[in-house]
Design a protein around this ligand. Structure first.
Ligand SMILES: [Zn+2]
Ligand SMILES: [Zn+2]
Length: 376
């Protein structure tokens, strides 16, 4: 298995705490890979950068960012090489940074004007991976709920592939997500309602947006659990045996598109465009955070807003919590509908599917819902 080979090639048996050269080695390799990918995007911007994302960043900012990750890969590489006996991580990071520099580094010229059209969202993948890692990895390393769980736990590579699979075809997924909602609002939209809601104070609008979205999300999520052929898609999201921020991105494309598309329909009837964008930003951060291996909790806040411990109980394979906690923002929605489960202090002992066989690997899982169910 590829993941095992990578773990053996880069890993060793020495301790992995701070000051051992482990984290600096990991960071060096990570920054090196980002730098190399970034320079490749600069060489083929028409093909590898998504037109939807281009207006949201400047080339100048990307060049500075590239210089930072190249420098980061080199500095962390040197630190790791000095501290650690096995130097494969450090050398890989420095080699990738060197390769990125030799290919032109941050100063690759873009001579042609870029136009819209089909493209692969490699820029989106790299930028979002960097952003999410910067936000969530430090809190998972510093304050884990499960301290023994490594960042490179079982199936970490599979979850990177899932992250890749929703980011590269950004144009296809965003089109599929937006299409039903845009078409429906064109025929059934009520502009006066959108105007009236637009007059409310921003915070009230935002609260209503989160509430409407969560009610829609609750309904579609519960359907994915109760309708057997829909469950075959959603089972992929529940197959993770360890949770962390990237495990949250393990989800079948059909599941992802259906949930987000369904959520957008009521949103577009009621809220102005800006509010929907604000909500989409919020849901990405909040939903990712609730999957984090992050231990600290605020007891008084737990009944009001969903914290990681709550969504972790949704992912347990323990019988008492199966088909509970469908909401993603407000736990009291589950209370209203009788699907709330949260013991006083505990975290689940086991995660994953309950008594269910499930194929391993991205492609087998992607085709799994379309295969005939084997009778036992
Ligand atoms: Zn679920
Ligand atoms: Zn989840």
């Amino acid at each position: 298995m590829l993941e095992q080979k990578i773990n053996e090639f880069f890993g060793d048996d020495e301790p992995g705490g701070f000051g051992t050269g482990w984290w600096s080695g990991v960071l060096s390799a990570f920054f090196g890979a980002l730098a190399f990918g970034g320079v490749i995007v600069l060489h083929f911007p028409q093909l590898l950068s998504s037109p939807e994302l281009r207006p949201h960043y400047t080339l100048q900012a990307i060049r500075i960012l590239l210089q930072c990750v190249i420098a980061g890969a080199l500095v962390f590489g040197v630190v790791s090489a000095m501290l650690r006996r096995k130097k494969v991580l450090a050398f890989t990071g420095m080699l990738l940074a060197l390769g990125a520099t030799l290919l032109g580094g941050a100063s690759v010229e873009i001579n042609e004007p870029l136009h819209d059209g089909m493209a692969i969202g490699l820029d989106w993948f790299l930028l979002d991976l960097l952003l999410m890692t910067l936000i969530f990895s430090p809190i998972e390393v510093l304050w884990p709920a499960y301290p023994k769980q490594s960042v490179f736990r079982e199936e970490w590579l599979l979850d990177i592939v899932y992250f890749l699979s929703t980011h590269l075809p950004i144009q296809v997924t965003s089109f599929l997500i937006l299409l039903p909602a845009t078409e429906l609002t064109r025929w059934l939209g009520i502009p006066s309602l959108v105007n009236a809601v637009g007059q409310l104070p921003w915070l009230v609008q935002f609260f209503l947006a989160v509430l409407v979205a969560d009610l829609a999300e609750y309904s579609v999520h519960r359907l994915f659990h109760t309708v057997p052929w829909l469950w075959r898609f959603h089972a992929i999201h529940h197959s993770s045996k360890n949770l962390d921020w990237i495990a949250g991105s393990r989800s079948h494309l059909v599941d992802d598109v259906a949930v987000r598309g369904f959520m957008l329909i009521p949103m577009m009837f009621v809220f102005p465009h800006d509010m929907i964008v604000a909500y989409l930003f919020f849901v990405t951060i909040h939903a990712t955070w609730t999957h984090c291996n992050f231990g600290p909790t605020l007891r008084w806040l737990e009944p009001v807003v969903i914290l990681p411990r709550y969504h972790h109980w949704h992912h347990t394979s323990q019988e008492e919590a199966i088909d509970k906690n469908f909401a993603i923002h407000f736990p009291w929605i589950d209370r209203i509908f009788g699907t709330h489960y949260l013991p006083a202090n505990d975290w689940p002992h086991t995660y994953g599917l309950h008594n269910e066989k499930f194929p391993a690997g991205f492609w087998a899982q992607t085709f799994y819902p379309f295969t005939r169910k084997q009778r036992s």
